[in-house]
Design a protein around this ligand. Structure first.
Ligand code: NAD
Length: 254
């Protein structure tokens, strides 16, 4: 019988406290996995036999190493890593500030590289394969106004996904990315306010623009993205690696 069963699997979800990350955590738990939430935000969850919390800044190697070691010790192993933690900064390209550029690249670029590398070494050592899923974006494939540093950082995520996929294939470690379109989260709300003030329109205008772009007639809820992440974490995706999967309601078809 077909079923997305993750029983006996151990997953790390970075940025798992809110938005898309929280939906991924909930979906993994529903599928029977043990889940470590690795987030910078203070714990807003109650730990249980299946749920473990680690406070971590993914852009800090020392903290990432400690987080990965603690999860492996707590649950006995790691099978799945979801690099979901991310931030966005917005400005016209000619106005991007160096500190915003660095912050965005540090969390979205360097953070994904460090978490992937640290977990990949553990997976290689365990010798039983594994799944790495990076939450990239349509901004990893296309350009969007006001999003220069974010677009660059998400292109980097797709680039490192492909290289890691090639190099880790021999270890039966699948590395894929999910590229969401427009997802209703705190990050998206904030982007509409900041983008609106930069363009001189209100957030509601941008929200209406967002909706009108999606052939399926609505923007995404976090669970729309989590559904695809569960598939990529399951054995049903064993023959897929190095891909950037669009989950956009048909907004982009490249
Ligand atoms: P969100 O702001 O709701 O959640 C992001 C989470 O990441 C938060 O819990 C935050 O505390 C955590 N985080 C941020 N910086 C961190 C750090 N340095 N270390 C550890 N944790 C950190 O955002 P979201 O919309 O759910 O975004 C999740 C991912 O999806 C991001 O990578 C984002 O770029 C990507 N994405 C979002 C959309 C969208 O429309 N919302 C579209 C495409 C891609």
């Amino acid at each position: 019988m077909y079923a997305m069963d993750l029983t006996n699997k151990v997953a790390i979800v970075t940025g798992g406290i809110s938005g898309i990350g929280k939906a991924i955590v909930d979906a993994f738990l529903d599928c029977g996995a043990k889940v470590a939430v690795a987030d910078m935000a203070p714990p807003a969850i109650t730990e249980s036999e299946h749920l473990f919390y680690q406070q971590v800044d993914v852009s800090n190697q020392k903290q990432v190493t400690a987080m990965v070691d603690n999860v492996a010790e707590h649950f006995g192993k790691i099978d799945i890593l979801v690099n979901n933690a991310g931030i966005s900064t917005m400005d016209y390209f000619v106005d991007i500030k160096e500190q915003d550029w660095d912050k965005t690249m540090d969390v979205n670029g360097k953070g994904v590289y460090m978490c992937m590398q640290t977990v990949a070494r553990k997976l290689q050592h365990q010798g039983e394969g594994g799944k790495i899923i990076n939450i990239a974006s349509q901004a990893g494939k296309n350009g969007y106004r006001l999003m220069g540093s974010y677009v660059a950082s998400k292109h980097a995520v797709l680039g490192m996904t492909k290289v890691a996929a090639i190099e880790l294939a021999k270890d039966q470690i699948n590395v894929n990315a999910v590229c969401p379109g427009i997802v209703e989260t705190e990050m998206k709300k904030k982007e509409r306010v900041i983008g609106g003030s930069l363009r001189g329109v209100n957030a509601a205008t941008i929200q209406a623009e967002d909706h009108s772009q999606v052939p399926l007639g609505r923007t995404a809820v976090p669970a729309d993205i989590a559904n695809v992440v569960v598939f990529l974490a399951s054995n049903y995706s064993n023959y897929m690696t190095g891909q950037g999967i669009n989950v956009t309601g048909g907004m982009t078809m490249n």
